[in-house]
Design a protein around this ligand. Structure first.
Ligand SMILES: C[S@@+](CC[C@H](N)C(=O)[O-])C[C@H]1O[C@@H](n2cnc3c(N)ncnc32)[C@H](O)[C@@H]1O
Length: 377
């Protein structure tokens, strides 16, 4: 029996194409393959992704808006106070913002920028010694510099755009929406507090990266994982940071130059191809927080081309790893944002010739799925 209930609430940002595809069909049950004698055939089918048990009214995949998360009254008030500190320098405004973040983060941490903004406010209030300690990691220092140089220009712009605290002439245009998406991805994905909600270190550990390996970080954004991978692959390895948004790659290039990192190569690709040099093969194709977009937004033909591009870039024993957000049950999950049920990913990739070899739940929200090319492909 196959029951699928998929709703797609999203607002703003017009999409060129919206294609929902649910391609589930029979295959070898994972539990049976693993020799789980006690599993029923229903359990096996469920685990293998051949059908999905619907246990609540939550959607199985959700884009929200394509890049933006909701805003609330309290979040907007805290942003206004933070902006008031940045423009007027009043530490009382900053302390008020901190009190609000402390109260709302456990309840309504929409998309994770609250923890980043809380972190900024703590650094602003810190004395010189503490600030130095907090900015010791070059990646964190670079993040801080990006948002605060030129009198906090980028941080102010982020707050103004996200929380509608100022009108921008381009805000209704594609250019303006792209700028907002870029700023939001930048603040969210290099957030020094990201470890707290997704356990990034457990994710990297689980990958078992060996020195000398070659990794494609597909949809690298500002390179949060690319830099972690560079540390793991060492001087003989290579990390390709691949993204369609050039400003993210500019950010990465600036940091690699500053830190003398020569093992990260940025690749500006165009939606449907990875853009790697012909014949370039990788041990690991890694995609974090991107597959929900490919699943929900891409036309079937575009997804096909994209996945073929990934397949042709993998070494024979290479892996495709997908990290994304799970369906989190409960009325007020601690994090909101785009997500996709992992069963959908597992089932669809089966039809693209990938078999699941690892399924790891880093936190209730964050999963890691590791695939190899199916035998005979
Ligand atoms: C939600 S962000 C995640 C960033 C990064 N993976 C991380 O976890 O820190 C998704 C990124 O994928 C990029 N992207 C979207 N479509 C892409 C495509 N077809 N190829 C490469 N990158 C893409 C976006 O520009 C954005 O930087």
């Amino acid at each position: 029996m196959l029951i699928l209930f998929l709703m797609l609430p999203f607002r703003s940002r017009p999409l060129a194409a919206l294609a929902l595809s649910l391609t589930l069909s029979a295959g070898l049950p994972l539990a049976a393959a693993a020799g789980d004698a006690s599993a029923t055939s229903d359990d096996n089918a469920h685990r293998s992704g051949d059908w999905i048990r619907i246990t609540s009214k939550r959607s199985l995949a959700n884009l929200e808006s394509i890049d933006s998360f909701g805003i609330t009254e309290q979040g907007t008030l805290a942003a206004r106070l933070l902006l008031s500190y940045l423009t007027g320098g009043d530490p009382a405004a900053l302390r008020s913002a901190q009190r609000i973040y402390a109260a709302i983060i456990p309840k309504e941490n929409h998309g994770g920028d609250y923890t980043a903004l809380q972190w900024f406010s703590e650094v602003f209030l810190a004395d010189m010694a503490e600030r130095k300690a907090r900015l010791q990691d070059p990646l964190v220092a670079s993040y801080f510099r990006f948002f605060t140089e030129n009198d906090h220009a980028v941080l102010k712009e982020y707050l103004q755009r996200k929380y509608h605290l100022k009108e921008f002439p381009d805000q209704e245009s594609e250019k303006g929406r792209n700028r907002s998406a870029f700023l939001e991805d930048s603040i969210l994905f290099s957030n020094p507090r990201r470890e707290q909600w997704e356990k990034s270190s457990a994710i990297v550990e689980r990958l078992g990266i060996t020195p000398g390996s070659t990794i494609a970080d597909i949809g690298s954004g500002p390179g949060y994982y690319s830099f972690k991978f560079a540390r793991r692959v060492g001087p003989k390895g290579r990390v390709f940071a691949i993204d369609t948004v050039k400003q993210h790659l500019d950010y990465i290039n600036r940091l690699t130059r500053q830190e003398g990192i020569s093992t990260i190569t940025t690749v500006h690709n165009h939606n449907e191809s990875l853009g790697l040099a012909p014949g370039q093969k990788v041990d690991l194709a890694f995609m974090c927080s991107l597959y929900h977009i490919i699943y929900i937004v891409y036309r079937e033909s575009a997804r096909e081309t994209f996945l073929e591009s990934i397949k042709s870039s993998l070494k024979p024993d290479g892996r495709l790893v997908i990290v994304d957000n799970a369906v989190v049950e409960g009325k007020d999950p601690p994090y909101h944002g785009p997500y996709i049920a992992k069963e959908l990913v597992i089932a669809q990739l089966k039809h693209y010739g990938f078999e699941l070899v690892d399924d790891f739940q880093a936190t209730p929200q964050r999963y890691l799925l590791s695939f190899r090319l199916s035998r005979g492909r």
